[in-house]
Ligand binder design. Structure first.
Ligand code: ATP
Length: 477
């Protein structure tokens, strides 16, 4: 069931975490001696310094480097006293990135210049000649504010992801013999930091495994970010994974942190990896090889330290042989492979899983005493479970709602059956349940192929997609 892949397969390099990088300050001033003095002062204080002697040079540096703060003079050679060139530069920096703090340096006694700069968006000002301690304190305050702002944005995006995801499900019920090697492998690889590929049919618990691996690793205190990487359109893919900067495209109203950066220091779960188009595979591979990425619309390089756990129900070796999946990407992803058996091959787990879900739903619906009748349990054991653990979970929830007393009967389970009996059940189902059922059947018949399933159902592809989203049906391709 479990096949560790060669130990020598390459894994994601571990570049220094972006969070540990010292802040980078761009100092812009046209006087070389001023630049040098500031460079030494700031470097001694542990900051990374890049310098520029002209407004054009400053803008070019901002394009290329990941700068956290700008310290800029207001006066440049072309226009030494009015400060207008400096104000222009300030405006252009703000247009590029309004969240980037700018501290201006003004000539001694030039209060109007300082006031104008503050009006134009500078966060603070220092007068020349500067006082070292005060200057450093000013810069530190602004850098702290920026860090706090970035952190709160990041938390906000993480929360959105958690809300979109399934919470922190860490329980894995798995007592069956066929699940023992899986459990042992998870325990062994979780702390190793190696990239893991989890394979198995839909609903077998691949995401549960990914969360367990994250929970058992040294990264457990950092984010676990799950993304359905096989379901992203070409336009959304890069923005979702690598982020974008404001103005990168029409709808980019503000900067967005991508999943890779959200998972920095933690684990990125790439679900449905086998459905990723080749063009997206190439972009993903580049980031896995270098640990570096560019948000859409930015030329700045960002470094990330991410462990990748991916999942698929597709036979990737076959996909490689058929030219649908890159072999080099597969080697990056499957340093270790965990294969999850379908539920029909681990029937011993069915009673335990059913009891687990019954207890969970009992808590949810305030019915802690609901139990399965022995006929209901027999029916569960006899059923084929094409939808695996997810289908069992839904069946138990539905049964909890159907059961009139504290005992769930076989009838309450509404298990799908062919023939006349199935039709009788159909009559008892709601319209939505029937629709969902037919969609699932069509997808199963066409091995998850949405175009084919849509044709079979007499729907357009987009109409079927809308319904898949509405019913939360996964696994279509
Ligand atoms: N061993 C298990 N113990 C407890 N709950 C489980 C187990 N396996 C799966 N589940 C539950 O079943 C549901 C489906 O699991 P999960 O989403 O991990 O499956 P999956 O294989 O990733 O599905 P898909 O292929 O559709 O993405 C989830 O609600 C999960 O919590």
């Amino acid at each position: 069931m479990v096949s560790p892949v060669s130990e020598s397969a390459p894994s994601l390099p571990n570049p220094p975490s972006a969070a540990a990088r010292p802040p980078c300050v761009l100092v812009a001033d046209d006087q070389a001696d001023v630049l040098e003095a500031l460079r030494l002062l700031l470097k001694r204080d542990g900051l990374t310094v890049v310098t520029s002697q002209s407004p054009a040079g400053a803008l070019a540096t901002l394009e290329a480097e990941d700068v956290d703060l700008v310290l800029m003079d207001l006066n440049y050679a072309r226009d030494t006293t009015s400060g207008q060139e400096g104000i222009d530069l300030l405006g252009r920096i703000r247009a590029q990135d309004a969240s980037l703090p700018v501290v201006v340096m003004t000539a001694w006694g030039s209060v109007e210049g300082a006031v104008e700069a503050m009006r134009a968006g500078a966060r603070d000002y220092v007068q020349k000649p500067w006082d070292n301690t005060r200057l450093l304190a000013t810069l530190r305050t602004q850098l702290e504010l920026r860090r706090a702002l970035k952190r709160s944005r990041r938390l906000e995006e993480e929360n959105q992801h958690l809300r979109r995801g399934q919470g922190n499900q860490l329980a894995m019920v798995s007592e069956s013999r066929s699940m023992q090697p899986v459990r042992r492998l998870i325990e062994r690889v979780a702390p190793s930091g190696a990239n893991v590929l989890v394979t198995g049919e839909h609903g077998t618990g691949k995401e549960v495994v990914a969360r367990l691996i994250h929970g058992g690793s040294t990264r457990s205190e950092r984010a676990f970010v799950a993304v359905n990487s096989g379901g992203l359109s070409e336009g959304v893919f890069e923005s979702e994974l690598f982020g974008h900067v404001k103005g990168a495209f029409t709808d980019a109203k503000s900067d967005r942190i991508g999943c890779f950066e959200l998972a920095d220091g933690g684990t990125l779960f790439l679900d449905e990896i086998g459905n990723m188009p080749l063009s997206q595979q190439a972009k993903l591979l580049r980031v896995l090889q270098t640990g570096e990425l560019h948000p859409v619309g930015s030329s700045k390089t960002r470094r990330v330290d991410v462990r990748v756990v991916s999942a698929t129900n597709v036979d990737l070796s076959r996909a490689v042989a058929e030219g649908r999946f890159r072999e080099d990407l597969l080697y990056r992803l499957n340093t270790v492979e965990v294969q999850l058996p379908p539920l029909r091959e681990r029937r011993e787990d069915i009673p335990l899983l059913a009891a687990h879900f019954l207890a969970e739903q009992g808590r949810r619906y305030g019915r802690p005493n609901v139990r399965l009748s022995s006929e209901a349990l027999e029916a569960l054991l006899a059923y084929a479970w094409p939808g695996n653990v997810r289908e069992l979970e839904h069946a138990v929830e539905r049964a909890m709602l159907m059961a009139s007393g504290d005992e769930v009967t076989q009838e309450d389970l509404l298990l799908k059956r062919a023939g006349r009996e199935g039709m009788a059940r159909l009559e008892e189902m709601t319209l939505e349940e029937v629709e969902r059922y037919l969609i699932e059947r069509a997808l199963a018949r066409h091995e998850g192929n949405v175009s084919e399933a849509a044709k079979g159902l007499g729907l357009s592809r987009s109409a079927l997609y809308r319904r898949l989203q509405y019913y939360g049906i996964k696994g279509a391709r």
